[in-house]
Design a protein around this ligand. Structure first.
Ligand SMILES: Cc1ncc(COP(=O)(O)O)c(C=O)c1O
Length: 463
C-alpha cells in the first residue's frame, strides 16, 4: 500500500456521521461553550464530535441518538466483564439501598480486603490506594527516587503512564525526533533532563545505558504489556534483563500494570514472565468500573510513604482515595476474577484471537495489507487486546511503538481517524483501531464486527 491523502475521505465520513447524530452534535455544541475542546479526555474527543453515550450494558452502548454500538473500547479498557456488569452493579445497589457507599472520610473493611487480594494475587507486600493510574505512577516514581536518592527516571518511547511530570517525555512518535521529545509546556527543565527514553524490547540499549549511567538511575518504569504504545507484549528477555540490571545497579524496577493488571490472568502480568518488580501500579480493571488505582510493592520502599518511615514521601492524601463504593466495586471485581479465572482468561484469549484474525483477514480479502498487534507470546499465553495496523511493506516487524506509529512504516491516518469514523457508521466502536474483548462479547457480536469491517473496507475502496 502507498500513503494516501485522506482529506476528502475524512470529509465524507464526517458528514455522514454528523447527519446521523444530531443529538450528539447538539451536546457537542453545548460542551464546546463550557469545556476545553468539549470534553475532559483528549482521546475521547474525536472529530467532528464524539458520540454521547446514554446507556451501556455488556458489549454494547447506546448513544443519545439511539444507535446501539458494539463497543471494543470498554471503559478505556477497564471493563473486562463488559459495561455495567451485574455482579458489580448488584453489590453497589445493595450498598446504596443499605444507606452506605458514598464518601465517609473513614476507612472501611473493603480497603483491607482489596489490599489483601492485591497482595495475594501480585506478590506485593504493601499497597496504597489512589484514584487514578496517573497518580499511581507519579507516586511510584517519587518513592523510587526517595528510596535510591537518585534522579534519573528511565521510561520507554511510546510508554504512556498518565500525564504526570516524569512521564511526559517520549509518548507520541515524531517524524524527526522519534521519542526524544517533551510532551508538554510547563515542566521544570530539570525534570525534562531527568527522564531518559529507551526503546521498548531493546535489552541491549538498556544494558548500554545502565553500564554508563547505572549509579544515576532511580528507576525504570515499563509496562509488561505495552498499551497505548502499540499493544505489544514485552519479550521475556527484555523484562528479565530489566530485572537483572535494576538489581545489579540498585535501581527500582516499576511495572506499570494499569492496563496489564488482571487483563491476562487474575493478578499481575509480571508473574507470567516470572519477574517480580520492586513496585507495580494498577488501575482500570481493578476498580470494577470505579476510579481505583494502587501502588503496590516491597514493604521497605512502600513504607517510605508511611508514618514509621517518617513520611519521607508525601504519598498520603487523596480525599477520595479508598472511597467506599470504589473499594466495594474493586473487591467485587477482584473476587469475581479470581473465582472465575479458569473460564474467563482462556475465553478472553479466544475472543482476542478471533478478532485479530478477523481484522487481518477481512481487510486482506478486500485488498488492504493489515496486521494486528496484541498477540500473546511465550510468556503471555493469550490476549484479549488488539490493535490493527496498515504497514506499507509486508513483513515489517511490529515489535515496538516506533514500528507502528511511524507514519513512514504504517498508515497511521487509516487506522486512526478514518477507521474509527467508518466503523462508527457501522455501529462499531474502537478507539483508533484498537480495543479489547470483554467477557460480554459473544461470537454473534464478532460476526457483527466481521460484517462491519467488510463494509468499511469496501466503502474505503470506493471513496
Ligand atoms: C499503562 C498506563 N499507565 C497509566 C495510565 C494512567 O491512568 P489514568 O488514566 O487512570 O490516570 C494509563 C491510562 O490509560 C495507562 O494505560
Amino acid at each position: 500500500m502507498k500513503p494516501r491523502d485522506y482529506t476528502q475521505i475524512l470529509a465524507e465520513l464526517r458528514s455522514a456521521y454528523a447527519a446521523r447524530a444530531p443529538k450528539s452534535a447538539a451536546l457537542n455544541e453545548r460542551a464546546q461553550r463550557v469545556q476545553v475542546d468539549g470534553g475532559s479526555h483528549a482521546l475521547r474527543l474525536m472529530q467532528p464530535f464524539p458520540p454521547r453515550i446514554a446507556a451501556a450494558s455488556g458489549a454494547w452502548v447506546t448513544d443519545e441518538d439511539g444507535h446501539r454500538i458494539l463497543d471494543f473500547w470498554q471503559g478505556h479498557l477497564a471493563n473486562i466483564l463488559g459495561h455495567n456488569p451485574e455482579v458489580v452493579t448488584t453489590a453497589l445497589s445493595q450498598a446504596f439501598a443499605d444507606g452506605s457507599g458514598l464518601q465517609t472520610g473513614f476507612t472501611e473493611r473493603y480497603q483491607v480486603e482489596v489490599a489483601e487480594l492485591l497482595c495475594e494475587r501480585t506478590g506485593a507486600e504493601r499497597v496504597r490506594f489512589t484514584t487514578s493510574g496517573t497518580l499511581s505512577t507519579m507516586y511510584a516514581i517519587l518513592l523510587a527516587r526517595a528510596f535510591t536518592g537518585r534522579d534519573e527516571v528511565l521510561k520507554v518511547g511510546g510508554g504512556w503512564h498518565g500525564a504526570q511530570p516524569w512521564a511526559l517525555k517520549g509518548i507520541g512518535f515524531h517524524r524527526e525526533q522519534g521519542y526524544q521529545h517533551i510532551e508538554t509546556a510547563g515542566l521544570p527543565p530539570a525534570v525534562c533532563e531527568e527522564v531518559v527514553v529507551m526503546r521498548f524490547n531493546d535489552p541491549q540499549m538498556l544494558r548500554d545505558h545502565f553500564r554508563k549511567y547505572g549509579d544515576r538511575i532511580a528507576c525504570f518504569i515499563v509496562e509488561p504489556f505495552m498499551g497505548a504504545g502499540g499493544y505489544m507484549p514485552a519479550t521475556r528477555d527484555y523484562l528479565q534483563t530489566a530485572r537483572e540490571l535494576a538489581t545489579q545497579y540498585g535501581a527500582v524496577l516499576i511495572f506499570d500494570e494499569v492496563i496489564a493488571g488482571f487483563r491476562f490472568r487474575a493478578g499481575n502480568t509480571g508473574a507470567l514472565y516470572g519477574v517480580q518488580p520492586d513496585l507495580a501500579t494498577f488501575g482500570k480493571i481493578i476498580g470494577g468500573g470505579m476510579p481505583v488505582a494502587a501502588v503496590t510493592g516491597r514493604a521497605d520502599i512502600m513504607n517510605l510513604a508511611g508514618r514509621p518511615g517518617g513520611s519521607r514521601v508525601k504519598f498520603s492524601g487523596g480525599t477520595y482515595s479508598g472511597h467506599p463504593a470504589s473499594m466495594l466495586a474493586s473487591r467485587t471485581m477482584l473476587r469475581y476474577l479470581v473465582e472465575h479465572e479458569a473460564e474467563i482468561y482462556p475465553r478472553l484469549a479466544a475472543l482476542g484471537d478471533r478478532i485479530r484474525r478477523l481484522l487481518e483477514d477481512v481487510f486482506a480479502q478486500e485488498g488492504f495489507y493489515a496486521r494486528c498487534t496484541g498477540w500473546g507470546n511465550d510468556a503471555l499465553p493469550g490476549s484479549s487486546i488488539f490493535m490493527l495496523h496498515f504497514p506499507y511493506q509486508e513483513g515489517h516487524p511490529l515489535d515496538a511503538p516506533d514500528d507502528v506509529f511511524n507514519p513512514a512504516v504504517c498508515d497511521v491516518t487509516l487506522n486512526g481517524d478514518v477507521l474509527q469514523l467508518a466503523l462508527l457508521l457501522e455501529d462499531v466502536h474502537m478507539m483508533h483501531a484498537h480495543g479489547a474483548a470483554s467477557t460480554a462479547h459473544t461470537e454473534t457480536d464478532l460476526d457483527f464486527l466481521e460484517v462491519a469491517c467488510r463494509n468499511v473496507a469496501r466503502r474505503l475502496k470506493q471513496l
